[in-house]
Design a protein around this ligand. Sequence first.
Ligand SMILES: Cc1cc2nc3c(=O)[nH]c(=O)nc-3n(C[C@H](O)[C@H](O)[C@H](O)COP(=O)(O)O)c2cc1C
Length: 212
Amino acid sequence: MISASPRKNKSQTFVLATEVLAGCEPEKTEIIHLCDYKIEFCRHCERCHKKVLDCPIKDDVSRILQKMLGADGIILASPNYINHVTGTMKTLFDRSSHFIHCKRLLNKYVAGVVSSGSGRDASVIDYLKHYALTCGAQFVGGVSSSVPLSEEQKKQAFKLGVKLASAIKNKKIFLSQMKIIEQGKEHFRSIVIARKTDWQEEYDYWKGKKWL
Ligand SMILES: Cc1cc2nc3c(=O)[nH]c(=O)nc-3n(C[C@H](O)[C@H](O)[C@H](O)COP(=O)(O)O)c2cc1C
């Protein structure tokens, strides 16, 4: 679980996300409070495309990205900050653009969790879904609640966890999402070919996967 609130255990988003975790009864879990990690802004040097995930910024981001690569399922939990995820979560996403170029979250499942003052979180959940799909992961669903958290939404969160675990166990295919992921891959095929000499290791990654 990646939790993006600066309020850590007091975070209501985190509390809601723990219901998702309870529902999926994972064999092994790791909770990452982004506020415990040093996360700097992407500088657009493109190093991570030339040499896969080799970022010159020596902070904690590569450690988090490696954990994401090692997970079967990822719960992305963020409070709604001005109708978006928090800046910290967005900064993490910006640092993961290699995931998008090479669809590195393929065969993984993502669930989204949001809390807010208003409960008007559809755009934030949609954004989390969009991020998951562009990285190649399937999105099992999202849950959100205004604060104080409603008991009903906590139940929905638990159910989402059950759905996440079942998707992982049964390698569920969401056909309509796979179509979008395939379209995203098509889009990047031409880009990876065009940038072959600049983004050498990403090109090699595509070749290695026999996608080219
Ligand atoms: C900087 C900031 C921006 C916020 N923007 C919104 C917003 O656009 N819409 C909304 O309904 N609530 C907004 N809120 C309220 C939070 O989303 C809400 O309190 C949320 O439950 C906090 O989650 P947390 O307890 O996990 O930190 C904002 C709060 C902060 C601090």
